[in-house]
Write a protein that binds this ligand. Structure first.
Ligand SMILES: [Zn+2]
Length: 308
């Protein structure tokens, strides 16, 4: 699989329909091709009284509880963007328009796999413009209590996440995803989100996560994993956190080269890390993927670069 030195988009539009996690409503989504330097942009087709376009960028993040929500200056929002963002980055898609007919993305099965399937079905095309990446010059980190998220310089893209739920079924897990090894579809995209039954019931009582069920999440109760099908991976929980981080970091707008390490990371901490990264303007430079490869001595055979 070659390194993408040029930007890409989808070959053709693709659509899917699914339930929204928060509203429990059916949501339709279409991903369409877009030109170079357009980035990923969401459009709320059901909103007609004000501008309903929202760029998938870190400074448009408006909420980070339960999921990552983007919003524009007119108060139009799109919730639960992180799994689609991870799928687009994992498939190497730089530019696309995402049309939605509701306030959130469909949750599908709680993983990124259904999105990856439709993106792979559409296929991607290279555009005439070079792909830009962020070249890190030094460590950038944020902390919140014992939680930590950091970016470290390095030639390849890699994401490591450690989680620790103590005595609860999930326990302590760590997973590293090496972006250059072309394993996104098989090893990361399929990892599902998870929740504890008592927390899910508390959210339902507050009118939240109305679409959440064992059909779109791993549900954990006192006896362990309640889903009859069990886990897809022994460390599915940590893998899903890596997937979330990949999606959240892609809101930088271009791939971040180097190593992300997160200890108990979450959507809020990931967004705080991007805010810190863009504040520390001397900690990184924009370079083309071609330039980055020459700087780091990376050959064309080192694989697709997907992180960030
Ligand atoms: Zn998630």
């Amino acid at each position: 699989m070659p390194v993408n030195f040029r930007q890409t988009t989808l070959r053709k539009p693709v659509s899917c329909i699914g339930i929204g996690l928060h509203s429990g409503r059916q949501i339709g989504m279409t991903i369409r091709p877009a030109p170079a330097n357009h980035g990923i942009v969401f459009v709320r087709r059901d909103v007609r009284d004000r501008p309903a376009t929202i760029a998938a960028r870190w400074h448009n993040v408006s909420r980070t509880d339960l999921s990552t929500t983007l919003g524009n200056e007119h108060g139009v929002t799109v919730a639960t963007v992180e799994h689609l963002m991870a799928a687009l980055r994992g498939c190497g898609v730089d530019n696309a328009v995402v049309d939605l007919d509701g306030p959130e993305l469909p949750i599908m099965d709680g993983s990124a796999e259904p999105f990856v399937r439709i993106i792979r079905h559409a296929g991607t095309v290279e555009l005439e413009s070079p792909r830009f990446v962020m070249w890190l010059h030094r460590v950038v980190e944020v902390r919140d209590g014992d939680k930590l998220a950091m970016l470290l310089p390095g030639p390849h893209s890699r994401i490591t996440v450690s989680i620790d739920f103590g005595e609860r079924v999930v326990g302590a897990q760590s997973h590293t995803f090496e972006a250059g090894r072309d394993l996104f579809d098989a090893e990361l995209a399929r990892a599902r989100t998870f929740g504890f039954r008592d927390q899910v019931e508390a959210l339902h009582a507050r009118g939240l996560a109305l679409g959440g069920s064992q059909r779109n999440a791993i549900v954990i109760d006192a006896d362990g994993v309640a889903n009859p099908e069990g886990l897809r991976f022994a460390d599915e929980f940590a893998r899903h956190k890596v997937l979330d981080c990949l999606g959240d970091l892609s809101l930088a707008g271009v791939p971040i080269m180097g190593h992300f390490y997160g200890y108990k990371p979450g959507h809020g901490l990931n967004n705080a890390l991007l805010l810190e990264l863009f504040t520390q303007r001397d900690a990184w430079s924009y370079v083309t993927m071609d330039e980055y490869g020459r700087i780091q001595g990376i050959g064309q055979d080192d694989g697709e670069v997907v992180a960030g």
